[in-house]
Design a binder for this molecule. Structure first.
Ligand SMILES: Cc1cc2nc3c(=O)[nH]c(=O)nc-3n(C[C@H](O)[C@H](O)[C@H](O)COP(=O)(O)O)c2cc1C
Length: 185
């Protein structure tokens, strides 16, 4: 018997004896089916984006959406890649750094773009101090993804009431889009 590391799990089986296992996984990967999930890779230097992520995660969970959040300071990029396989939506969280996104977020965006998952919707949340092109940069980096871009939520500094309202609106929009795809049933 051979042992395989599959994602995070050791499989105590031999694919040669069970070809359906890998064939079914492949069928799933190449299908159009996505799950009622949001993948949320983010980073925060001074807690502004982090506060937005915390609020947004709660808002999504309240709406019955599964969230897989990845703090890019400590993320195993393999786990991020696996979670991207069938999530309906990806939301990237970034502060503005030297007029663009944080380098760790650009890395996650490039990875997602290279993997070309089935993801249907994308958005960006984050924070800035005085100005820049963070949203434009991230959007450009994920140009391979065939996604509908939902209105980003970018706060000036630490998020305020209007930013939380915008995050609730984004969570509502994601729920509506997932319902249209019938992935919430
Ligand atoms: C090294 C560094 C570079 C920054 N560059 C920019 C910038 O180019 N444009 C801008 O609007 N804000 C810039 N800022 C300000 C941050 O975007 C702002 O403080 C933001 O609220 C930080 O979000 P965070 O708390 O999630 O890290 C910079 C901050 C740091 C520490």
């Amino acid at each position: 018997m051979t042992n395989y590391l599959f994602g995070n799990e050791w499989l105590w089986t031999d694919f040669y004896d069970d070809p359906d296992f890998i064939i079914n996984a492949y069928k799933d990967w190449v299908s159009d089916k996505v799950k009622n999930e949001v993948v949320l890779p983010f980073i925060s230097m001074h807690h502004s984006t982090r506060k937005m992520v915390e609020y947004f995660v709660d808002a999504l969970i309240e709406r019955g959406i599964t969230v897989r959040q990845f703090d890019l300071v400590v993320t195993d990029i393999g786990k991020l890649a696996v979670s991207l396989v069938d999530a309906a939506t990806i939301v990237l969280g970034s502060p503005t750094v030297l007029t663009g996104a944080h380098p760790k977020v650009t890395y996650a965006a490039i990875l997602a773009n290279a993997l070309r998952p089935k993801t249907k919707f994308a958005s960006i949340i984050g924070s800035y101090g005085w100005g820049g092109k963070m949203v434009e940069q991230i959007t450009g980096l994920i140009s391979n993804l065939r996604v509908e871009l939902l209105e980003p939520v970018i706060a000036k500094g630490y998020p305020k009431d209007n930013d939380f309202i915008a995050l609730d609106r984004l969570a509502d929009e994601i729920l509506t889009k997932h319902k249209e795809l019938k992935v919430t049933e």
